[in-house]
Design a protein around this ligand. Structure first.
Ligand code: 48F
Length: 258
C-alpha cells in the first residue's frame, strides 16, 4: 500500500473531471434539489453538465428538512419525479407525501453521477464570464475555502453555453449579473426583486412561471426564480423545486441545441 499511489489516484481522477468541466454545455451553480434535478434531466439528454456547490455537503436546504426535522413534503405534481429517482414516498393524506430528506439527497446525487453529471463540492461560483453583448458564457470558480479565509487568490473559469442559477434564496448569480454587468434582467424593473414572506400555495404556483431565462444565457431554477421575481417563499414543501429543476433543464436544452 503506497500512500503516493493513493494520492495520485485521487488527484488524477479529480483533475480529469475538472478538466472535462472547463468546456461544457450547462454550468449549474448550487447542488440543492432544483439544481440536482436540472442536472439529471440535462445529462439524460446527453448534454455535458457540471454542478458547482459551495458547501462540503450537497442537497442545499434538504438535510435540515423543516426546522431540522429531516423530512420533506412533496405534493402530487412532484410525485413522478421522486419516483424517477427511486425515492420512497409515504402518503400523508390525499395528494401529499412525505420523504426522508437524506434518502432524497443520496438518491438524487447517485442518479446524477450515474447519468454523467460532474458534481463539485467546495467550489463557489463567484462571477460569470461574459462575451459580446454581455452574453453570459460561463462561470468563474474558486475554492470556497479561499473566500471563507479571505485569501487573495485569483479564480479559474469554465465556459458553458448556458448557466443555471440554482443558488437558492440569495439568487447569487442573478444578483452578480445585475450588479457587475449593470444588466437589465427580464423582470419588471430589470432588477432582482427579492423573495416575499411565506405563502406556500402561491409560492409553489409562482415558481414554475418564474423559472425562465432572465438574461441571455442565464436561467433561474428553484428558489432563485421566486427571489428574482418577488414571489413568496414556501418552506419545506418541495414539489415546486423538482418541477422547476425539470423546467430549467428543458429551457437550457433548447438553448444548447438552438
Ligand atoms: O437553497 P437550496 O436548497 O436551493 P433550491 O434548490 O431549493 C430550495 C429549498 O432547499 C428550500 C425551499 C423549499 O421550498 O425553499 O430552501 O432552490 O440550494 C442552493 C445551493 O446553492 C449553493 C448553496 O450552498 C446550496 O447548497 N450555493 C449558493 N450560492 C452558491 C452556491 C454559489 N455562488 N456557488 C456555488 N454554490
Amino acid at each position: 500500500m503506497d500512500e503516493v499511489i493513493i494520492s495520485r489516484a485521487i488527484t488524477e481522477s479529480f483533475m480529469k473531471d475538472f478538466l472535462d468541466s472547463l468546456n461544457i454545455d450547462v454550468a449549474i451553480a448550487g447542488a440543492g434539489p432544483s439544481g440536482l434535478v436540472a442536472a439529471y434531466y440535462l445529462a439524460k439528454k446527453g448534454l455535458k453538465v457540471s454542478v458547482f456547490e459551495r458547501h462540503l455537503k450537497v442537497g442545499g436546504g434538504m438535510p435540515g428538512g423543516g426546522m431540522m426535522f429531516n423530512r420533506i413534503v412533496v405534493q402530487e405534481e412532484g410525485k413522478s419525479i421522486m419516483k424517477e429517482f427511486g425515492i420512497g414516498l409515504k402518503k400523508y393524506r390525499k395528494g401529499l407525501y412525505v420523504a426522508d430528506s437524506l434518502e432524497t439527497i443520496g438518491a438524487m446525487c447517485a442518479r446524477c453521477i450515474r447519468e454523467g453529471v460532474k458534481i463539485f463540492n467546495l467550489i463557489t461560483v463567484e462571477d460569470v464570464v461574459i462575451r459580446e453583448d454581455d452574453r453570459i458564457s460561463g462561470v468563474v470558480l474558486n475554492w470556497s475555502a479561499v473566500g471563507w479565509s479571505k485569501l487573495h487568490v485569483d479564480p479559474l473559469a469554465a465556459k458553458s453555453k448556458v448557466v443555471i442559477d440554482a443558488t437558492g434564496h440569495d439568487a447569487e448569480i442573478a444578483r452578480i449579473v445585475e450588479k457587475k454587468i449593470g444588466a437589465k434582467l427580464f423582470t419588471e424593473d430589470g432588477k432582482v426583486k427579492g423573495e416575499r414572506s411565506m405563502w406556500a400555495e402561491v409560492g409553489e404556483k409562482a415558481l414554475l412561471e418564474n423559472t425562465k431565462e432572465i438574461y441571455p444565457g442565464l436561467i433561474t431554477c428553484g428558489m432563485v426564480a421566486n427571489a428574482v421575481f418577488g414571489s413568496p417563499r414556501m418552506g419545506a414543501i418541495f414539489g415546486g423545486m423538482l418541477l422547476s429543476g425539470k423546467k430549467a433543464a428543458q429551457i437550457a436544452e433548447k438553448k444548447c441545441k438552438a
